[in-house]
Design a protein around this ligand. Sequence first.
Ligand code: GLN
Length: 190
Amino acid sequence: MKVGVLALQGAFREHAEALGALGAEAALVRRPEHLGGLDAIVLPGGESTTIDKLLDTSGLRAPLTGLLRGGLPLLATCAGLIVCAREIVDGRPDQRPLGVIDATVRRNGYGRQRESFEADLEVRALAGGPFRGVFIRAPVVERVGPAVEVLARHEGVPVLGREGPAWFASFHPELAGDLRVHEAFLHEVS
Ligand code: GLN
């Protein structure tokens, strides 16, 4: 499997390492020509406003949106989720989400005291006990559409889910030292 990792900014190396450890070929995506022949793509955490700008300067916005609308399997984490959501609350005014996951997210919604925290998550259909969720200035998922299947919640709020082949996490599964979320994603899309 060849899995693209959007490598404009953020935690793309950690995702590429996780995918490589699971036997997938991770391809860093920085320009439109890097989108060819992908079986899936990961949009990493980082800073969504920066990624938003770089999607335009790199020329990736339109071709990436087209592939995602066409059903290219997606794993979007943290800032990646903000970039892919239908609607952003508290985003930068000129930030334009791709709108490929039917969710409303509040950017930096966990607030100052809890900007970063860890929590054990009970993940539906993941064997082997709780998954350690690493939340770094994470978005709060305030609404999900009817087609979204929620796979884990933290204090009632969805933190992991999928809308068909588009998976999202508001935490950083690539920083947990636990490959089970990536493994489940790859298993589903292969
Ligand atoms: N707060 C960041 C943003 O707005 C997301 C943080 C992250 O990806 N860890 O993009």
